[in-house]
Design a protein around this ligand. Sequence first.
Ligand code: UD1
Ligand code: MG
Length: 455
Amino acid sequence: MKVTAVLLAAGQGTRMKSALPKVLHPLCGKPMVWHVLEALKQAATETPVVVIGHGADEVKKYLGDSAACVLQEPQLGTGHAAMQAESLLKHKTDLVIVTYADMPLLRGETFARLVETQRLNPGPFSLITVFADDPHGFGRILRNADGTVSAIVEEYVATPEQQKIKELNVGAYCFNADWLWDALHRIPKNEKKGEYYLTDVVELAVKDNLPVQAVVHDDFSETIGINTRVHLAEAEAAMRMRINREHMLNGVSMTDPASTYIDAGVKIGKDTTIMPNTYLHGATEIGEGNVIGPNTIIRDSKIGNHCKVLASVLEGATLEDDVDMGPFARLRKGAHLKSHVHMGNFGEVKDSTLEEGVKMGHFSYIGNAKIGANTNIGAGTVTANYDGENKLPTEIGEDVFIGVDTMLVAPLKLGDGARTGAGAIVTKNVAEDTLVVGMPARPIKKVERRKMKAK
Ligand code: UD1
Ligand code: MG
């Protein structure tokens, strides 16, 4: 049986007061519409159709080939919006899920339950309802004396008596496709607003003497619809707790989940502890047994196992195992710290590889460089890697000892076992096992590497 989702996303989102289309506002790092499409994957079998209108170009560009788009122009209400999918879907699907792109918390399981209900329903469609004390501006569900659903009344036209109804229309429906396309054309125009309301299909089914099935959902927090930025913040908090809970149930410790901010899609291995005020963004992957934070921001980075990252900022970086960094360290794009690297306070690394066991304790900048295993970078070392036009490389061998306050003027190579004296300004390549000092640095003697290593 073919099941296709139609997502309504053409509305302006006036109440958001934003230049960005409502459905592109992010929630835990991903646009609202991404969350809905993710959940729908659990219930639909075909490529979804998204009805776009306001900000159509931007929304379409974001969706790429994850969905087929149809334009609703002008926007004449939710019934009119659903109708735009007919040309794409007629005779191509058995069931149609229709839902709104501003309800990002609905779970895949909930949509799957809706579809299951409709499979067994002899009538033309099923819908999800929820009971709540705060009606949140939702349409109210009217039922007959025998309990069957008879209509949905929008809040602004509801009588004071109807306004008291606590059963609400969540905004997720599953239709028999053939019935839907015909019914959409029969929706009467709402004279007050000049719009066609999808919710009026309930009365059409009742007129046809066909049963409408309601799935009463018990989790109101899943049904938060976003119309304002206040709702957006509520939804973000709910989504954040959901994400954190899932990680904790998978073996991740969180000292304070309320101040732990993890984007949807971030991966974390078991026995890793996330300390408070930590932000994990984008395509970040973290292995097992790490301690991350407090006060750390990590974006699009990969971290191995048993690392410690304290009060640091990482972007586009890779850490292998047993790396110890921070507090106050910064890794930028292309920073690669291999196992057992130690990076202390106030260091910055960009587009560079630090081989195993490199130590860089204090106040250093390393850019466009390769640093060999077990090399020590003294406090205040800087790679002068930019001549105003180009970024130039620095290559440092193994077991090198860079003295404090050394300037490494690129392009430059230092052989294995080389040493620089405090304050050296190195402008020429240094041979292996050679000590250079001064400004510009000059060799003064061969050094005995083995003696140094023994320390
Ligand atoms: C709608 C429902 C209401 C339900 C509530 C749940 C109707 C008439 N009302 O009200 O019963 O309780 O959702 O959140 O359906 N859209 C279009 N084209 C349009 C108009 C809207 O694509 O011409 C899209 C919007 O982008 C939005 C969705 O449809 O994603 C819902 O529209 P919105 O204006 O938010 O409807 P509600 O007032 O929330
Ligand atoms: Mg809405």
